[in-house]
Design a protein around this ligand. Structure first.
Ligand SMILES: [Zn+2]
Ligand SMILES: [Zn+2]
Length: 148
């Protein structure tokens, strides 16, 4: 069997090393995958030999633990090529489809219509969920007014 040459790609000793070299940390807290992205929009990582894995699943198992049987990882940030394990939550396949449909209309803006631009987006570090900065400021002001 001829050994295939990987063109234009450095060889890494371990999948972990290759992973670390292929993430770009965004202001939103997302770890954007700079490696190969499959047709379905998910990052792809080589895990030895010719085996490939979804990069976000690899990240979850590496940093958090095994993914329960029959569960899929839902991106709380809705960025498919994000591989930040704290942005991922295991859900059943059905649940993921339902959530995906629900999330679409609100993905671009908060419930008050502020756009989730990078500047206006706060990612809650404990839940990994996106929050609108404009609304957070407004809520804080309301709180301060009440106190005054
Ligand atoms: Zn993310
Ligand atoms: Zn808002």
């Amino acid at each position: 069997m001829a050994r295939g040459k990987v063109v234009g790609e450095r060889r890494y000793k371990t999948p972990e090393e290759s992973f670390d070299a292929r993430i770009a940390k965004a202001d939103t807290g997302c770890w954007l995958w700079t490696g190969h992205i499959g047709r379905n929009g998910y990052g792809v990582i080589g895990i030895g030999g010719r085996k490939l894995a979804k990069a976000h699943r690899f990240a979850y198992e590496r940093f958090i633990g095994p993914i329960p049987d029959g569960m899929q990882l839902d991106h709380l940030c809705r960025v498919r090529h994000c591989v930040n394990p704290t942005h991922l939550e295991p859900v059943s396949n059905r649940e993921n489809v339902i959530r995906g449909n629900e999330a679409r209309p609100r993905a671009l803006a908060c419930k008050r219509g502020h756009l989730f631009t990078p500047k206006n987006t706060y990612v809650n570090p404990s839940s990994g969920r996106r929050e609108c900065k404009a609304c957070r400021v407004a809520a804080l002001n309301r709180f301060l007014e009440k106190k005054a």
